[in-house]
Design a protein around this ligand. Structure first.
Ligand code: FMN
Length: 383
């Protein structure tokens, strides 16, 4: 969503003026209503409680909004969670670490949604084993559901529909208060170590690292292509494929109409779209007013799942506190071109060892609309 609005102001200016008053009406028609329908009263239409809970789980943050989850509902009171191997990101996430974190976010929202109805959702992780190299056809988790008198509703769940990964420039005049950082740090689960900063000198260093890392991703053809391949251009594409990186809205669609923004020219080094995209990202990254990061001692699949559970809890705590949070993962990615920055970010954020699983920038900005989702009906594994 960021790209779209900032692109508007950066490369859309001329056309916007030319489009004049007619633009307002056009804007009203450009919301991809179908694609964001799953955010509207999730689960309301299902009598199967599992589908009700899963209707919240699918709203989880996940890398490139790939929504790589599949579920098996063939056994009563049970949800089998599997990976859709067509939705991995082999170039930027070669060991499926980030994809696994996204599945952790999914499981946490599933657990919270079940608790709302007095159900205990207990995931048994990787019951048939795991590999540190890649995810396979074996289950990620088997989640058992049972009614319980002792399960308590999770207060963070109240923010589930307003939660966003806020990909926006943050208010330069509004620093992040230390009390807010303390609030966010309380949301993580045991075994996941959290740290944060609003110290100007540290902010400067992290802004610079994240900017250098972003440039490497963009300047490495195969990693940039991985993003371009999952971009959805305009309302019709977004509604037809409610996933990936959605580029929509009246102004961006006007640029698409005039051929100024296409799947081809967005990746053309030196093109206006490419240069403005870089400027836009730079402005956004350098507006960060705070950072928060999660570290695990080991880097087993369970650690990655726990990091994901903790991340979405942190994200919900941020929503609750009215502060924006935006994951920025480039420097945490494990491909050769990124290895120097990977070392540097680990030396900076985890000096005594461990894996930095998530890094997010913090600050204040208006809430954006929700991102597209496939409904749970599209994610049921046939058995
Ligand atoms: C493991 C992980 C890594 C992510 N890394 C990035 C990132 O580097 N840059 C970014 O803009 N968003 C990142 N995101 C956010 C996703 O793009 C976002 O969750 C997805 O587009 C859905 O949007 P939503 O969180 O607002 O619902 C990441 C999310 C997860 C779970």
């Amino acid at each position: 969503m960021t790209s779209r609005r900032k692109f508007i102001s950066l490369i859309g200016g001329g056309i916007v003026v030319a489009a004049g008053a007619g633009a307002a009406g056009f804007t009203l028609t450009r919301t991809p209503k179908e694609a964001i329908r799953p955010w509207n009263n999730p689960g309301a239409s299902y009598s199967d409680m599992r589908k009700r809970f899963l209707s919240y789980a699918i709203l989880a943050p996940n890398p490139h909004n790939q929504q790589p989850w599949m579920v098996d509902l063939s056994r009563e009171n049970e949800i089998g969670l599997y990976i859709d191997k067509t939705r991995l990101l082999p170039h930027t996430d070669p060991f499926n670490r980030q994809i696994t974190i996204g599945l952790g976010c999914f499981l946490e929202l599933l657990i919270q949604a079940a608790a709302e109805e007095g159900y205990l959702a207990e995931p048994l992780l990787f019951p048939e084993g795991q590999s540190p190299q890649s995810l396979g056809d074996e289950p990620i988790a088997i989640v058992n559901l049972r009614k319980s008198n002792t399960v308590a509703a999770e207060p963070l769940f109240r923010s589930v529909l307003d939660r966003r990964s806020l990909k926006e420039p943050f208010d330069l005049n509004r620093p992040v208060e230390s009390s807010v950082l303390d609030h966010l740090e309380k949301a993580t689960l045991e075994g996941v170590f959290v740290n944060s900063t609003n110290v100007p000198r540290e902010l400067e260093a992290l802004r610079e690292i994240s900017w250098q890392a972003y440039k490497i991703e963009i300047q490495t053809p195969r990693t940039f292509k991985e993003s371009i391949d999952v971009m959805r251009f305009g309302k019709a594409e977004i509604n037809a494929n409610p996933d990936g990186i959605d580029l929509g809205g009246a102004f961006l669609e006007t640029l698409m109409f005039f051929g100024m923004l296409t799947r081809e020219n967005i990746g053309e080094v030196g093109s206006t779209a490419y240069k403005q995209g870089l400027d836009m990202y730079r402005e956004m990254l350098f507006s960060s007013q705070g950072y928060i990061w999660l570290v695990t001692n080991e880097n087993q699949r369970e650690d990655q799942i726990n990091a994901g559970r903790s991340w979405v809890r942190t994200n919900l705590a941020a929503t609750e506190a009215g502060i924006g949070i935006h994951p920025i993962s480039q420097a945490l990615q494990e491909y050769p071109e990124m290895s120097d920055l990977y070392q540097l970010i680990h030396k900076t954020l985890a000096p005594s060892g461990g894996t930095v699983q998530m890094l997010g920038r913090l600050g204040y900005a208006p809430l954006t609309p929700p991102t597209p989702r496939w409904s749970i009906d599209h994610k049921i594994k046939s058995v």
